[in-house]
Structure formats: structure tokens, C-alpha cells
Design a protein around this ligand. Structure first.
Ligand SMILES: *Cc1c(COP(=O)(O)O)cnc(C)c1O
Length: 360
């Protein structure tokens, strides 16, 4: 990361994306995966420059709405696209056919029937399998995908609709898992999915095992071990679709200190901007990692880093050690490249938006 560039910015807050680092990282992931296909989950960060930096190093992009689909097709006209997500409307399904998506991940028997009425498509059925994942941060049960009964309904329906080609199964079951747990999960999915698909005479059955590779905000240097994961994946035509673990490390939210105050014994550093620009720590309940770019001298203190919003929830990091900060000091919140700007309630309080910078 080019710190001189960041220090020279004339206005804060700013998002700075390291496109070269992102491209290198994505290339490494791609090579670690061997024959397994890599799709990028656009919802992690659909920024056009980010998509263009990633595109040469992935096999495709996964989108979860008509809006993402239109945007990704516009930015990457040649990309293979997989269209997933619950609650697809007829308009979105028709758009998927018009924009020539590669795969549609079907979420329910009703969705399959509506798709059948629209035209030919290559589909994966999204499975919600009874596989337990004890250490998952987020378990994707509930409304996502189908149990065995609904999958069997779909298979029966597909037997009568030859224009819908069943290509395989999609299962995004959990997130926040390390490489060996994730590879175990992949094996459990394929152990169920491949025999099920072969029994339906699906030629060269595909299994999309989803995303959710762990990103540890408390340990920024602890990275998901893509090489161990790639080596441990089961045989077969596999596809993964990570988002966070691709882009998280390549975005910075940079801003300056407006005020420092101590109230009833607690010290607050008030920053320009806040969680309406970087909602990640509020959404996930963690302290966003950061570095101080200016060089304040003196003993370390403990402070809570807050933004400009009129709510006690506008906390970026709570009771963290910081150098003796003063107005004008500049901080860069790291790991702000995924589920950051695009999941934030950007218009709340109508402060000016951040500027965006791309290092290549
Ligand atoms: C969100 C999502 C992903 C990406 O998850 P990450 O945690 O960002 O890797 C992949 N597939 C599906 C179906 C998703 O909903």
C-alpha cells in the first residue's frame, strides 16, 4: 500500500483500493485452486474498477439480483455469470436469459416452474443440506435452497422440461470457516450431490460449493489457506464463489480526527465519516483494524473510535490502544474492501460521501 499517496490526499474520508494487490491475490487464489473454477461473488464489492481488476483471474462472476446482473454484464461484457439468490422475480429471470447467463441457481420448485415458462436455461439446484458446521460465523440455513424433498420435486419437474438443462447442485452452506473445515464441508456436499446427480443421468455433474472462506478481522495476517484448500478439495467438476476473502484485504477507509474528548472516564476519538461509510464493524460486531498514518508522539492511550453519526452505534473500534491522537491525525481502516461501502447506509445524516481512489 502506498502510504505517501494516502497522506497526500486533499480530502477525507476516502476509500483507497489497491487494484494491483487485488489482482495478484486473485491470481494466487486461481492458481491454488487447480481444476476448481473460481467465480467472484459480486455482492462483496461490485465496484467497476474492482470487477475489472479481478476479471482476468477468475472464471466468472456470481450475481444475486437483476441489478448486479445488469451492472456486471455492463462492466464485463464477456464474463461468464452465475445468477443466484432468493426471491428472483420473473423480470430478473427473463433478464438472465436475455443477458445470456451461464448458470441459474434455482432456489425453489416455484422458481423452477416460472423459469420453465420463460425459456431454455442451464440450471443448478440450490441445496440446503443437513450438514452441521459447528464453527461457522454464519450458517446459511432457513430460506436458502431446498431440502431433499423439494430437490426431488424439482428433479421430477425437470424430467418434463428438456429445455431446462440440469447441470448440477449449488450449496453455499456456511461462512467463516478455515481451509480444512471448508474442504471437509466440500467433501460432504459432493458425497451427497454427485450420486444424486448421477442417478438423474446428469452428464459431467457440477457442484458449486459456494463462498464463505474465513476472513479474520481480529487477525488481519491470518489468511485463508487457499493452497491447503485447493489440495484438499474432492475430485469432480467443482466451482467456488468467494467474495469477502478476495476483496476484503485490498480496501482502506482513510479519514482524519475531528475531535478527541474524555467523557466520564472514556476517551472518544471522533472521526470524519463513520459507519454510514464503513458499516462492516457495526454489521459484524467487531473492531475494525486500523493504522495511524500520522506520527503522534507520546504514550499509548485507550480510546473508542467513533464517527459523526448521532447514534451510539456509530463505533468503528471500541476501547482500543491508540497513540495520543489529536485533531488532524489521519487513520486508515484496513480490511475495508468487502461488505464495506456497498452495505453502508450512506445517506443517513447527509454527510459528504468519501472520495474513491484506485492504485494500480
Ligand atoms: C454471499 C454469498 C457468497 C459469497 O460469500 P463470501 O462470504 O463473501 O465469500 C457466495 N455465494 C452465495 C450464494 C452467497 O450468498
Amino acid at each position: 500500500m502506498n502510504l505517501d499517496y494516502i497522506r497526500a490526499l486533499d480530502r477525507y474520508p476516502a476509500y483507497v483500493y489497491d487494484l494491483r494487490g487485488l489482482a495478484d491475490h486473485t491470481r494466487d487464489i486461481r492458481s491454488a485452486l487447480g481444476a476448481t473454477e473460481l467465480f467472484y461473488a459480486a455482492k462483496a464489492n461490485p465496484d467497476a474498477e474492482i470487477l475489472r481488476a479481478i476479471a482476468p483471474h477468475v472464471d466468472g462472476v456470481e450475481v444475486s439480483s437483476g441489478g448486479e446482473l445488469t451492472h456486471v454484464r455492463d462492466v464485463l461484457p464477456q464474463a461468464r455469470i452465475a445468477f443466484g439468490g432468493p426471491g428472483k422475480t420473473d423480470e430478473e429471470l427473463a433478464l438472465a436469459l436475455a443477458l445470456d447467463v451461464d448458470r441459474i441457481h434455482v432456489e425453489s420448485p416455484h422458481e423452477l416452474a416460472r423459469l420453465a415458462a420463460l425459456g431454455p436455461a442451464d440450471v443448478l439446484l440450490r441445496a440446503n443440506l443437513p450438514i452441521t458446521t459447528p464453527n461457522a460465523v454464519l450458517s446459511m440455513s432457513g430460506p436458502f435452497g431446498m431440502d431433499e424433498d423439494a430437490l426431488t420435486d424439482c428433479a421430477r419437474h425437470l424430467a418434463g422440461t428438456p429445455h431446462l438443462r440440469l447441470r448440477g447442485v449449488h450449496a453455499h452452506l456456511a461462512s467463516g470457516l478455515d481451509a480444512s473445515t471448508m474442504a471437509d464441508l466440500a467433501r460432504k456436499i459432493t458425497d451427497w450431490a454427485l450420486p444424486w446427480l448421477r442417478a438423474l443421468d446428469v452428464a459431467d455433474p457440477e457442484v458449486n460449493i459456494g463462498g464463505g472462506m474465513a476472513v479474520d478481522y481480529a487477525e488481519p495476517d491470518a489468511r485463508f489457506d487457499w493452497h491447503a484448500y485447493g489440495a484438499a478439495l474432492p475430485q469432480g467438476t467443482l466451482r467456488v464463489e468467494p467474495g469477502r476473502a478476495i476483496t476484503a484485504y485490498h480496501g482502506w477507509y482513510v479519514t482524519d480526527v475531528l475531535d478527541v474528548k474524555t467523557t466520564r472516564g472514556e476517551t472518544f476519538v471522533v472521526l470524519r465519516g463513520g459507519t454510514h461509510h464503513l458499516r462492516t464493524p457495526a454489521a459484524k460486531g467487531h473492531d475494525q483494524p486500523f493504522t495511524v498514518l500520522t506520527r503522534p508522539h507520546g504514550t499509548t492511550m485507550t480510546a473508542t473510535l467513533v464517527g459523526q453519526l448521532c447514534t451510539p452505534k456509530d463505533v468503528l473500534a471500541r476501547n482500543v490502544p491508540v497513540p495520543p491522537l489529536a485533531p488532524g491525525d489521519v487513520l486508515a481502516f484496513t480490511m475495508a474492501g468487502a461488505y464495506a461501502w456497498n452495505i453502508s447506509h450512506q445517506n443517513f445524516l447527509m454527510h459528504p460521501p468519501p472520495t474513491f481512489h484506485y492504485l494500480s
